[in-house]
Design a protein around this ligand. Structure first.
Ligand code: PGA
Length: 247
């Protein structure tokens, strides 16, 4: 069986290093009795990566974003080699908040994914339709095809695909988690674009109650968690449920 993957996307939280260390350590302490090996990847704001990397833990770290060049006159940017030099392997790409709140286009996402692969970093590529109604298949196909433009199948196999419909994110207007059927439909579309051996996780209002339903969908390797990942008790529940359900 595939190794399970859980992504914790802290977004722009918390406000201090002390709080970040506290959340990280509480989650880490709750990992004692895991029944299987899992990749649990905490993605805090850049500024906390270094101090969190010094805490001994089975948790892994990921960055929430990256620039596509390795150095140069790009004020404010964090580059792939800076991340790699912190011994971090995972980076989020194409998250809907960056697309729709910060104007990131498919072309930018594509450049970032290429830069990550070139620097031996693993992209976690977020995709998913913006509205619940509409032509989901063509929206997703278009997003995937542009995001993966120019990559060969060996490169595509290294990517973790996170299906996250925007309408299901806990901070969207009237959020509603997707159903296992929605997830299954997205996997069918993904497979049409990239073939059978895609590594897929689900994100969007995942919590301790619903994680088992998503984990039970065939072909799903895990989940991406936003809001609930900042609450160590909730997050531990998600980890343990996934561990139990997929043993
Ligand atoms: P949520 O966020 O779990 O709070 O819905 C998920 C995400 O945006 O990655």
């Amino acid at each position: 069986m595939n190794k399970k993957i859980i992504i914790a996307n802290w977004k722009a939280n918390p406000s201090t290093t002390v709080e970040a260390e506290k959340i990280f350590s509480s989650v880490s302490d709750s990992l004692n009795n895991l029944g299987q090996e899992m990749d649990i990847i905490i993605c805090p704001p850049f500024i906390y990566l270094k101090s969190l990397s010094k805490i001994e833990s089975d948790l892994k770290l990921g960055a929430q974003d990256v620039f596509w060049e390795n150095s140069g006159p790009y004020t404010g940017e964090i580059t792939p080699n800076m991340i790699k030099n912190l011994n971090i392997d995972y980076v989020l790409a194409g998250h809907s908040e960056r697309r729709y709140k910060l104007g990131e286009t498919d072309e930018i996402v594509n450049k970032k994914i290429k830069a990550l692969l070139k620097n031996n970093l693993i992209p976690i590529f977020f995709f998913g339709e913006k509205d619940k109604t509409g032509d989901k298949e063509s929206f997703i196909k278009n997003q995937l095809q542009h995001g993966l433009d120019g990559l060969n199948s060996e490169e595509i196999r290294k990517i973790i695909f996170a299906y996250e419909p925007v309408w299901a994110i806990s901070t969207s207007e009237n959020p509603k988690p997707a159903t296992p059927d929605d997830l299954n439909d997205a996997i069918v579309i993904l497979k049409k674009v990239i073939g059978d051996d895609a590594k897929v996780i689900y994100g969007g209002s995942v919590n301790g109650q619903n994680v088992g339903d998503f984990a039970s969908v065939s072909g799903v390797s895990g989940v991406a968690v936003g809001g609930a990942s900042l609450d160590p008790e909730q997050f531990a529940k998600i980890i343990n449920t996934l561990d139990y359900k997929t043993k």
